[in-house]
Design a protein. Sequence first.
Length: 230
Amino acid sequence: MAEHSTELGESTTTVKLAFFDLDGTLVDGMEYIYQHLWEYFGVEKEQTLEVLKKYLQKEISYGDWVKNDVRLLQEAGATKAAILEAIKGLYSMEGAVETIRTLQKRGYKVFVISGGIDLVIEAVFGEEAESLFEEVFINRYLFDKEGNLTGAVPTPYDMEHKATCIKDTATKYGVEVDKCLFVGDNENDIEAALVAGTSIAFNSKSENLVQAATHHVESRRLPDILRFVS
């Protein structure tokens, strides 16, 4: 395995894994992508809350929840072009690319774990995403050749299953979970924060996440997390 140079000029042969939430962590300009899209396309909040409640009460699966969101967007006339228009104002968190490149130099492979949608990665990071992220675990929207939204492939790794993703990926790469870093900003990041050896609540919207994480960074500059990462 090739050696990796760190910022301090040291070298290491140890591969480490860094996992990032997307909405509000790597991407700025909104708190939660579905809320952003619902507001843009005029989807009634009551329709979304009803299904969310059923999911939280375990009456429906996560996949059913995602399929319902897709149905609501379809009924509101969402196409690939329209969704890209809706999210064109989103942008990477300040210093996000710089932070990822620094972590890569320190020997980290970088992953995204998100309950958001793949189009956000495409819109914000473009072709550079391929070299930034080892893998992206996210909901994938499906479109026909005319760009009509036809469905979605739900991620198996949202909510409490973000922790499962860290464990599964650590096993795949032969890395101990205590060598894993997780960075998130909201309630659905708590389980992942509890599993990773180092976890950072970044500009957190959840006091519970702040309590669960090993570190808390009150900032909108992602490079500010680097002082807690070896």
